[in-house]
Design a protein around this ligand. Sequence first.
Ligand code: PMP
Length: 422
Amino acid sequence: EIVTSEDAISLENEYGAHNYHPLPVVLSRGEGVHVWDIEGKKYYDFLSAYSAVNQGHCHPKIVGAMMEQAKTLTLTSRAFYNDMLGKFEKYASETFGFDKLLPMNTGAEAVETALKICRKWAYEKKGIPENKAEIIVCENNFHGRTTTIISFSNDEVARKHFGPYTQGFIKIEYDNLEALETALKGNKNIAGFLVEPIQGEAGVFVPSEGYLAKAKALCEEHNVLFIADEVQTGIARTGRLLATCGNCTCADKHCSGTPEVKPDILILGKALSGGAYPVSGVLANDHIMSVIRPGNHGSTFGGNPVAAAVGIAALEVIKEEKLAQNAFELGELFREELNKFIPTCSLINAVRGKGLLNAILINDTEDSTTAWDICMALKENGLLAKPTHGNIIRFAPPLVITRDQLLDCVSIITTTLKNFKS
Ligand code: PMP
C-alpha cells in the first residue's frame, strides 16, 4: 500500500513509461484552487492541469452532473443516439455562436479533427486537388503530440525520431502578418491557417494588438479557413470566454461587444470539462461542417453522455460564476503586483500574459536549472507551478481564485524569489 510520496513516485517510475518529468509531488485531493499531497500538505495549484481546471478542482456542480449521469448511462458509442449529446451540442453551439459541434475527447484529437475538416473543405468547397491542400501553421506552436501534429512542431524532443512526417504544412513566424500574407499570396492550395490566439506552451506569447483580426481578414481575402486552437486559451482563461471572443453570449462585462475575431473553425478542450473528464470539440458553421459525413470521422468515446453532461455543467459554471470577468480583473492585479516587484528582483525580468494565463521570465543564467529550482522552492512554500521552455514559469491558477487568495499567492511568489539562492 502507498503511504508516502516517495512510495508513489517509485511505483510510477517502476511500472509507468517515462514520458513526463513531473515535479516530485504526489497529489491525492483537490478542491477549488487547492490541492493536497498524500502527506496532507496543502498547495495552491498554479498550473490547473495546463488550464483544464478553470472551474476549480472537483467543482460540486460538475462532479454532481458527472455522478448523476454515470449512474444512468455512461457510453453507447455513436452507433446509437444518446439523450444527452444533442443538449450539449445545442448548448455549446449557442454559447460560442456556431451551427455545429463535433465532439471529441482530447485537445490533440480535436486539432486532428479540425485539420481533417479543413482538408476536406479544401477539396470539396475550394476545389483544391486531392492531396494538394496546405495548411499554414506558426513557429513554436503547440497543438498536441500525435504523429500529424508533431510533423509541424518545433519541439525537437516531441518530434525527432518519430518520422516519417505528415506533409502539407507551411510554417511561418507567429505574430507576423507579412509572413502570413506572403504565404497566402501566389499559392492557390492553401486551405487553412491554424493558430493559437496566445501561444501557451511556447511560454505565453501574446501577439500584438490586432494581429488575430488582421490575420482573419487576410484569410478571408484568400478564402482560407481561420482555425483557432483555443484548447488552452478558451473557456474564460484569458479574461474572456474565448481569447478570440467576438461573438460570445456570456454576460460578463469584459466579454461582450468586443469586436475581435470569429474563427471559421474553433477548437476547444481542457476546461470544456473543467478537468473532471476528457471533453473536447470542434465548432464550425454548416457550410464547413457539412463536409463531414457518416464514417468520415469518429471516436468511441467522443460525445458520450457523461462527457455531454460534464460539458454542459462546465460551461454553466463559467457563466454563472462570471469566471471570465474574475480572470480579467485578477489577471490585471497579478501583473500589476508582479510589475511592482520586478525592479527589486534581479532574478526575473518580465511578466506577461492575459487574464489568468501568465508567465514570468527568469533572467538568463549559466544554470538552466534555475526555473526548475524556483518551482521546487515555490512547492516548499505551498504553490505548484511548472517551468516551460527552460527559463519561463507559467502561472495559471483556477479561475475561481479570490482576490485575497491571489494576493496571498503573489506574496508566496515574491517571497520565494526574494529568498531564492541557486
Ligand atoms: N492545443 C493547445 C493549444 C494546447 O495547449 C494543448 C495542450 N497543452 C493541446 C492542443 C493538446 O491537448 P491534449 O493534451 O488534451 O491533447
